[in-house]
Ligand binder design. Structure first.
Ligand code: SAM
Length: 260
């Protein structure tokens, strides 16, 4: 695994990241996932592939609420192991599978899925054109695509955020909605539609701020051990991120399309 991918996997396996985000690693949480599922007309006939599924919270939710089957793929073995043990307790476990793999080389046969989704992850893929072509390859004709992702106007992103850490945190290599559409269209997707979901971002940063303060207190009271954490730096970055969201440098978008 190259350095960029490795740092991304490490970031989402990190205790502090997981404490701050909970078990859903994307803005808008499962409410936004449900909205995407409705946009895609998800139903019990579908086989859904979630590319970069994290701890599998989305696919678990989809099989339970939309009656579909689902396959979750991620590079992180640790998060997949959490995903598998959460799914094992559910009645729907027979309709859910997890596989380790890279979005740029999906371990899935051609034309096998009716729906491909990916939430807040496309922005982290190093080779976005290859990842989009892989999503296209595994979809059956008539299959639907749903992405939700960070958008960033890179020309206005502060230098301080153009680092490997902020690549993993979905910022440094995110693109504009228009650039995502171009990449997807080049891979063959048709009927591309976008919905601005930027309102989910300040809600997410608000939740992260509360959890950061809780963590700081718990560490001070020696109730929690998170290793070396610079809470002041964390708050500074959070303030910067909120300003960038308010000034529309950073946004969040849902994109849907299909393979004809
Ligand atoms: C922001 S998290 C989103 C996780 C999940 N989609 C969610 O919404 O909870 C990004 C995920 O992408 C995974 N990831 C990063 N690069 C990947 C790649 N090239 N192939 C597969 N997974 C990747 C990370 O391990 C992490 O779980």
């Amino acid at each position: 695994m190259d350095n960029t991918k490795c740092s991304c996997v490490n970031f989402y396996e990190n205790d502090m990241t997981q404490f701050l985000l909970g078990d859903v690693f994307h803005p808008g949480g499962l409410e936004l996932t449900a909205r995407m599922a409705r946009e895609l007309g998800l139903n019990e006939k579908d086989l859904v592939l979630d590319v970069a599924c994290g701890q599998g919270t989305t696919v678990n939710y989809l099989v339970q609420n939309f009656g579909c089957r689902a396959l979750g793929i991620d590079l992180s073995e640790a998060n997949l192991s959490t995903a598998r043990s959460k799914a094992a307790d559910q009645e729907t476990k027979d309709r859910l599978t997890f596989r380790a793999g890279d979005a740029e080389q999906l371990p899935v046969e051609d034309k096998t899925c009716s729906v491909v989704i990916s939430e807040c992850a496309f922005c982290t893929f190093s080779d976005k054109n290859t990842a989009a072509s892989e999503m296209f390859r595994v979809l059956r004709p008539g299959g639907r695509l749903g992405l939700s992702d960070m958008t960033v106007d890179q020309a206005r992103l502060p230098l301080e955020m153009q680092t490997l850490l902020f690549h993993a945190a979905c910022v440094a290599d995110a693109r504009t909605a228009g650039e995502y559409r171009e990449i997807l269209a080049r891979s063959g997707f048709k009927g591309l539609k976008e919905i601005d979901c930027s309102e989910t971002l300040l809600e997410l940063t608000g939740n992260i701020r509360k959890r950061l303060l809780m963590a700081e207190l718990a560490v001070k009271l020696k109730k929690m051990d998170l290793g070396e954490v610079d809470f002041e730096q964390g708050k500074k970055w959070l303030n910067m991120a909120e300003e960038l969201i308010r000034t529309q440098v950073i946004g969040y978008v849902m994109l849907t399309g299909f393979k004809d």
